[in-house]
Design a protein around this ligand. Structure first.
Ligand code: MG
Length: 223
């Protein structure tokens, strides 16, 4: 586990990595996904720090692993989690691609993560907290307005998709709210560069400061 990346804004106070022991209502390792336990606990901790009751938004839910951490924290703080995903998989999940999972397809062979996602939410007791939004990020951004306490970007990893997520949603984050970005890999050989491009854009905007870095997760706070 890597704590506090070297990319923090100079002078910005970092949130200490959570020391609480989080007990989950399900076996999280049985949920397919690409989030480490440390990243999940960091997301949980970040939601606990949100002020007010504005909903949180997750972009890219897949089978619900990160949704469990975010959702449990939303449940504890009496807020709603909007879990946005068309559930047809990102580019890398399509048949023939590196992260394709034949178990996550419908009868026609198309990627379908919705069934698995709903099973996870029900098992974790989150059906009353999480509102699944079956749409693309751009579709939903064009039809839904309102402040958000937290936005977690973990959707498509093409540059176009990541930029659309940032441009469509970062401005909805309320003051002192949080922008969390997954899969931030500084060396290009360790991962795709779209998430880190968004991360750098957010810092360069002057609207956010980095407050936490755990594995490939970066958490920024709206100034
Ligand atoms: Mg991810």
């Amino acid at each position: 586990m890597q704590l506090y990346g070297a990319l923090g804004t100079v002078g910005a106070p970092l949130i200490k990595y959570p020391t609480m022991t989080l007990t989950l209502p399900i076996d999280i390792d049985a949920v397919k996904g690409f989030l480490s336990q440390a990243e999940g606990e960091a997301l949980y901790e970040t939601v606990l720090r949100c002020k007010g009751r504005a909903p949180a938004l997750e972009i890219g839910s897949y089978c619900g692993k990160s949704t469990v951490y975010l959702g449990l924290a939303c449940q504890a703080t009496e807020r709603t989690l909007l879990a946005l995903d068309h559930h047809r998989g990102s580019e890398e999940h399509q048949p023939g691609e590196l992260f394709h999972d034949p178990e996550l397809t419908d009868a026609s062979g198309a990627v379908d993560t919705l069934t698995s996602f709903r099973r996870t939410m029900t098992a974790a007791g989150l059906d009353d907290t999480v509102i699944p939004v079956l749409a693309s990020s751009a579709q939903f951004a064009a039809t839904w307005s309102g402040d958000l306490s937290l936005v977690f970007i973990d959707g498509g990893h093409s540059l176009d998709a990541a930029l659309a997520d940032y441009r469509g949603w970062a401005s909805r984050i309320e003051r002192s709210g949080y922008l969390a970005i997954h899969d931030v890999y500084p060396p290009p050989e360790t991962g795709g560069q779209a998430p880190i491009t968004v991360y750098r854009l957010a810092l360069a905007s002057g609207l956010f400061r980095e407050v936490m870095a755990v594995d490939s997760l970066r958490v920024l706070q709206r100034i």
